[in-house]
Design a protein. Structure first.
Length: 308
């Protein structure tokens, strides 16, 4: 025990990082002043737990936490193998992730087998220039990355967005940085139509954008872009059918027009496949006055092999 007094001694004794409720540490129960009086006398003194009660509460919290971890141990977000901590992948899934990194296409983020110099473009970007400026993604859309997207999107695993969003903030650091004298970029998730949002209960792109915003400090505007027309699922459609399916499906809200005027937007989505969805969304943002649009996704279809 420390010799600095009873308060510090109790703080050192309490397990699991639970602080003492004495001294400068506010006692949450002390705020509950009882206003009842008896016979016009003074109000009762606020309740203050003694050291024994504080210690009992700390031990009970530790026991409950250990029991919960024993009953529901953390598992890999992609395959459900047991792992050491929450929000993690097992060693097998982590090693199977095809992470994307430079050198890559300046526009589409497709990896190159060797460095072609700053600003180099892929054949796809040259043949079919996107309407957005830059695309960055965490990993190729295969293996564990594909499993993560599927679980988040279709299998009611919204908690996966926390780890996925953290990785997106790292992969998109180039897009997220602030420039002096220019308003910071605005994070805008690709929206769902209200009927699909109701059936799924959450928008996976909005969850990812929220995590990216928490990591980068940038503002997230989940209601700025609207899906004004219900569309068929893009799964199974070819590139031409996908583009037709989402044409005219997006619009910026009336209040959003004022927020994005002359401001750069980062469009956030879970996966980039043919680009039809983000292309349609980008057009809507540019028509509304955005100065430019970048795209940040978790997975990138077609980026599994470096371009040689």
């Amino acid at each position: 025990m420390s010799g600095t007094g009873g308060v510090e001694s109790e703080r050192e004794w309490i397990p699991c990082g639970v602080p003492s409720l004495h001294g400068d540490d506010a006692d949450p129960m002390a705020a509950l002043h009882l206003s009842e009086t008896r016979g016009g006398g003074r109000a009762r003194a606020p309740f203050s737990p003694g050291p024994a009660l504080v210690r009992f509460a700390a031990v009970a919290s530790c026991v409950a936490g250990a029991a919960l971890r024993l009953a529901l141990p953390p598992t890999c977000l992609a395959c459900d193998r047991l792992v050491a901590s929450d929000q993690a992948l097992c060693a097998k899934c982590w090693s199977a992730m095809t992470f994307l990194a430079p050198p890559w296409c300046a526009r589409l983020g497709l990896p190159f087998a060797y460095d072609l110099g700053e600003g180099a473009l892929s054949p796809r970007a040259i043949a079919h220039p996107p309407v957005f400026d830059r695309l960055r993604a965490v990993a190729a859309y295969e293996g564990p990355a594909r499993a993560l997207v599927s679980r988040l999107k279709y299998h009611d695993r919204p908690t996966a967005a926390r780890m996925m969003g953290r990785l997106m903030a790292l992969a998109g650091a180039e897009l997220l940085k602030r420039e002096e004298g220019v308003p910071p970029p605005l994070l805008v998730p690709v929206p769902l139509h209200r009927l699909r949002h109701w059936s799924r209960r959450y928008n996976q792109a909005a969850l990812l954008a929220r995590e990216v915003g928490a990591r980068s400090g940038l503002e997230v505007a989940p209601a700025l872009l609207e899906r004004v027309r219900a569309t068929k699922r893009q799964v199974g459609l070819d590139a031409k059918a996908r583009a037709t399916n989402v044409r005219g499906a997006f619009a910026v809200s009336a209040s959003g027009v004022l927020r994005i005027a002359a401001r750069r937007v980062i469009l956030v989505d879970d996966v980039f496949t043919t680009g039809a969805t983000v292309q349609a969304a980008t057009r809507a943002l540019l028509r509304a006055g955005a100065s430019g649009v970048d795209v940040l996704a978790f997975a990138h279809a077609g980026a599994d092999a470096p371009i040689s």
